[in-house]
Ligand binder design. Structure first.
Ligand code: FES
Ligand code: FES
Length: 160
């Protein structure tokens, strides 16, 4: 199959992918750009493991056609720490509050939570829960995950 050329911003850099038109964003991230922090769980839009942020919104990259990415701005877990490698408060909080067990769901959880905090830096617990409602944790660490997001909210507040 002939490749298509798709240009978009990826973690702050303008990039072009030359991939088959049938590829998803997830496949492009993992196999073309070799950014493997975004995970494939179900592959059908139901588990949230593949969540990335496109133009400020959390989306399931496993069902996002690469052709629709043209001209957008995509952030993956690799783009969450700052350019000097300093971790985002969400990453720190997950590490410090047992928000990570096997880690398979973690990047998706962090991207969903980041999309929320970018729009609403002072969410309620219910809003936090709703933001990760589409993210499944097979290790069932939801209590620690919600705690971690709440701790990140505090860290962000203290910074300001
Ligand atoms: S892998 Fe995309 S939602 Fe499950
Ligand atoms: S930490 Fe294992 S799936 Fe969530």
């Amino acid at each position: 199959m002939k490749n298509v050329s798709v240009t978009f911003t990826l973690n702050g850099d303008l990039v072009t992918a030359e991939v088959p038109a049938t590829w998803t964003l997830l496949k492009t991230l993992r196999e073309y750009f070799e950014l493997t922090g975004t995970k494939e769980g179900c592959g059908v839009g139901e588990c949230g493991a593949c969540t990335v942020i496109i133009d400020g919104n959390a989306v399931s990259s496993c069902i996002y056609p690469i052709l629709e990415v043209e001209g957008t701005s995509v952030t993956t877990i690799e783009g969450v720490a700052d350019k000097n490698g300093a971790l985002h408060p969400l990453q720190k909080a997950f590490l410090e509050n047992n928000g990570v067990q096997c880690g398979f769901c973690t990047s998706g959880m962090i991207m969903s939570a980041k999309a929320l905090l970018d729009h609403n830096p002072k969410p309620t617990k219910d809003q936090i829960r709703t933001s990760i409602a589409g993210n499944f944790c097979r290790c069932t660490g939801y209590v620690q995950i919600v705690d971690s997001i709440e701790k990140a909210v505090e860290m962000i507040k203290e910074k300001k």
